[in-house]
Design a protein around this ligand. Structure first.
Ligand code: G3H
Ligand code: ZN
Length: 287
């Protein structure tokens, strides 16, 4: 069933685990993530970037696909359909399309503008039963055209945005979208702890979940992170499995060129990495 992410993340804060947000790109991605969540009795958040939404022809198509798939696959674990790094306009489109959650990424606006826009969207989302995520500071690197400088969030600004009534908050703490460079300094746990002190039990979100070492993930969860976003790692697993299939010449054997066969190893690979992340985040059997 599609639900807002509010309840599942409240439970995650209380239970000291995190729910994974896995970004989707197409039918295979969506099916692999939903089945893995169901098989492991885990709540899950399907993330849709604006670019991926466009690629899948539009947010209405995405919402219709996800809803139908949940019904036809008998998915009973809580599933949130969430706009990732949304613009102001994108949030309205997703609210209309039937998403259950949005992220308004106003991190590149001056803080007063971020506050004004976030506050308006909080009201609209809550009236319609959606959850809303906001961002302070920025996530380094690039994701689907969203480029961030990677500045560390100011805990006082986090408190200001938290007080607007957002349901969960992404704070930039040195995390980066995409692969981490060899000279990465790691997460800024002081900034995370200070933010946590000011915002209390509001769930925190860790973006750039690809490749963050397990000990850092666990420490982040102990400091209030209840949602962790993973995108690139699923793409890399899909790429590697697909490459292997082709390099082994399997696409040239019999009906190996059939897309249902060609895409199968990538599909299975996504299931493997999503399960691994659910284990690491502690969300298994928490549905
Ligand atoms: O918003 C989505 C993410 O923050 C995913 O980051 O591609 O580094 O896993 P990632
Ligand atoms: Zn992100």
């Amino acid at each position: 069933m599609i639900v807002s992410a509010t309840e599942m993340l409240k439970k995650a804060v209380e239970g000291k685990y995190a729910v994974g947000q896995f970004n989707i790109n197409n039918l295979e991605w969506t099916k692999a993530i939903l089945l893995t969540a169901q098989e492991n009795n885990s709540p899950v958040i399907l993330g849709v970037s604006e670019g991926a939404g466009k690629y899948m022809t539009g947010f209405k198509t995405v919402a219709a696909m996800v809803k139908a798939m949940i019904e036809e696959l008998n998915i009973t674990v809580p599933v949130a359909l969430h706009l990732d790094h949304g613009t102001y306009e994108g949030c309205y489109k997703c609210i209309e399309a039937g998403f259950s959650s949005v992220m308004f990424d106003g991190s590149h606006f001056p803080i007063e503008e971020n506050i004004a826009k976030t506050s308006e969207l909080v009201k609209v989302c809550h009236e319609k039963g959606l959850s809303i995520e906001a961002e302070v500071g920025s996530i380094g690197g690039e994701e689907d055209g969203v480029i961030g400088a990677g500045e560390i969030a100011d805990p006082n600004e986090c408190k200001k945005i938290a007080d607007l009534g957002v349901d969960f908050l992404a704070a930039g703490i040195g995390n980066i979208h995409g692969k981490y460079p060899a000279n990465w300094k790691g997460l800024d746990f002081d900034a995370l702890a200070k933010t946590k002190e000011l915002i209390g039990d509001l769930p925190l979100v860790l973006h750039g979940g690809t490749g963050i070492p397990a000990d850092m993930i666990q420490k982040a969860i102990s400091l209030g992170v209840a949602k962790i976003n993973v995108n690139t790692e699923c793409q890399l697993y899909f790429q590697e499995a697909t490459r292997k299939y082709i390099e082994e010449g399997k696409d040239l054997e019999g009906k190996g060129f059939d897309p249902r066969k060609l895409l199968a190893p990538g599909f299975e690979a996504i299931k493997v990495i999503v399960k691994e992340k659910m284990e690491l985040f502690g969300s298994i059997n928490k549905a």
